[in-house]
Write a protein that binds this ligand. Structure first.
Ligand code: IPT
Length: 479
């Protein structure tokens, strides 16, 4: 019989999301034309006039990087809607683009599907254009916008809710105080998120507090070295934690034994900011920088959400396109060959001596078939003999998370000079853990020791060698 599940468990939609690993977030609004990061909501819709908007160029670049999804910022803080909404005239319908007949969210959706990407939306709750902002009428209009997006753009993999959601500042270009109580104003739990659940049951809801995935607490794209998928959201003031009003100190690490399964989503822009700025063309992240982010997000059991910033023309700059493609090549080359394939393995204990739980499942590429020990054995070890000596610098471990995040830590040793030599240790394994070694090592025999408060359920052990990237930007002497 299977071990009993341990702690908080992932939902179907979370399991699917863990397998997806990485996707992109597109910031393109009148703010792009103003060369700003946070628009004031005062941009004349006439400036939204892309000369060669091409959603396909953007989605193709994302797909070439190995990304599996694309999120359209359908409305940012400036309030401009990229689709012809019924709720406000401040939208593409008032712009010269396609003579006001266009729907950019739809174009992003089509381009995503054409390029094999799943599609999602970001809808800013903060709105610096809408004069109703702060009143109940606006909160209702926000929910109407959400309903439009959830209804008309196919199956969505996420609905992304930023914690940068309001308060004082500039509205319509005027410095105004609009004091809202964020813990009650948007009625996230009571009214707003139920719309997502009802209309898009497979959409992962992102926010500081989940419920499906959490902000990681920084915009560097890095989860903490120890990052649990489980979390107990905390508020600063004893009220119900909501986006923008949380104690965010536990977001990078999660909580061991946390109340809910709310894994970290690591968001980071490909450039210094989320929007395009011409003077940052030489600051586009390189494939090696993106790879480091991958290791510290996906490799720490989270997701990687990379921000892409089209130019005012409506396409990505060549530097961004080339770096994405080279990153995609690097990921492919690195993970093309599992150097542990074909290994023989022997565990100190196998659950009920049953084939179903034997160590060969570690090498079958299936995230949910697994090795398990008996219930009273909490730190079994597994000896692994590779078909021949291999050189590697990446170790991948996975648990069958359908039974929870069970492992506290693992230790890996290699056999050399007639003794076991310590090689690496890691905590918080979960859906996917990548351990990067300081330098490549050669070994044929390894030993993995597991530490858990219950019988562990390990599903994967793999070894890889990071593929080099000799990428150089054409216009810049930088790699
Ligand atoms: C930051 C929000 O404060 C946070 O709640 C979360 O939504 C995050 O954005 C997403 O990246 S604001 C940013 C300027 C740090």
């Amino acid at each position: 019989t299977e071990p009993a599940p341990y702690g908080a468990l992932p939902s179907e939609r979370q399991l699917k999301w863990h397998e997806m690993e990485m996707y992109t977030l597109i910031h393109y609004t009148p703010t792009t034309f103003q060369n700003k990061e946070w628009g004031f909501g005062d941009a004349d819709p006439q400036i939204f006039n892309p000369s060669k908007f091409d959603a396909d160029q953007i989605a193709r670049a994302a797909a070439s990087g190995g990304f599996k999804g694309l999120i359209s910022v359908a409305k940012h803080h400036d309030g401009f809607c990229l689709w012809p909404t019924k709720t406000t005239t401040y939208s593409v319908a008032s712009s010269p683009w396609k003579e006001g007949k266009g729907d950019m969210v739809k174009e992003f959706m089509k381009a995503s599907h054409d390029n094999g990407l799943e599609f999602g939306v970001y809808l800013s709750a903060w709105d610096r254009n809408d004069t109703r902002y702060g009143s109940k009428a606006y909160a209702d209009a926000y929910r109407d916008q959400l309903r439009e997006l959830m209804s008309n753009y196919g199956p969505l993999f996420t609905s992304w809710h930023d914690g940068a959601n309001g308060g004082d500042g500039y509205y319509g270009g005027k410095n105004e105080k609009r004091t809202i109580d964020r813990s009650t104003y948007y009625e996230w739990h009571e009214k707003t998120w139920p719309i997502v659940r009802e209309l898009q049951p497979m959409a992962m809801i992102f926010s500081d507090v989940g419920p499906d995935m959490r902000w990681v607490g920084n915009e560097k794209g890095f989860a903490a070295e120890t990052s649990w998928a489980t979390l107990t959201p905390r508020s600063k003031d004893g009220k119900t934690p909501v986006p923008g009003e949380v104690d965010d100190s536990n977001l990078p690490t999660g909580d061991r034994g946390g109340q809910y399964w709310i894994p970290a989503e690591c968001d980071v822009p490909q450039r210094p900011g989320w929007f395009y700025h011409e003077d940052q063309n030489d600051k586009v992240k390189t494939p090696n920088q993106l790879f480091e982010i991958y290791l510290k997000s996906v490799g720490r059991g989270g997701g990687m959400n990379l921000g892409l910033a089209p130019m005012p023309e409506g396409v990505l700059h060549d530097n961004d396109v080339k770096s994405l493609a080279a990153f995609g090549e690097k990921i492919k080359a690195t993970f093309a060959e599992n150097l542990a394939a074909g290994a023989q393995a022997k565990a100190s204990n196998v659950r009920q001596n049953n084939e179903k739980f034997n160590v060969q499942h570690l090498f079958d590429q299936d995230r949910y078939t697994y090795y398990a020990s008996d219930d009273n054995v909490h730190n079994p070890s597994i000896e692994i003999t590779l078909p021949k000596e291999q050189e590697f610098d990446l170790i991948r471990l996975r648990e069958n998370i359908k039974l929870g995040q069970r492992l506290d830590s693992v230790q890996v040793e290699t056999w050399a000079n007639n003794a076991w030599q310590p090689l690496a240790k890691a905590t918080s394994i979960g859906a996917n853990r990548l351990i990067k070694l300081y330098k490549p090592v050669k070994a044929q025999k390894l030993r993995v020791t597991l530490y858990a408060p219950v019988a562990p359920t390990l599903s994967d052990f793999a070894l890889f060698k990071e593929a080099p990237s000799d990428f150089k930007f054409d216009v810049l002497d930088r790699n």
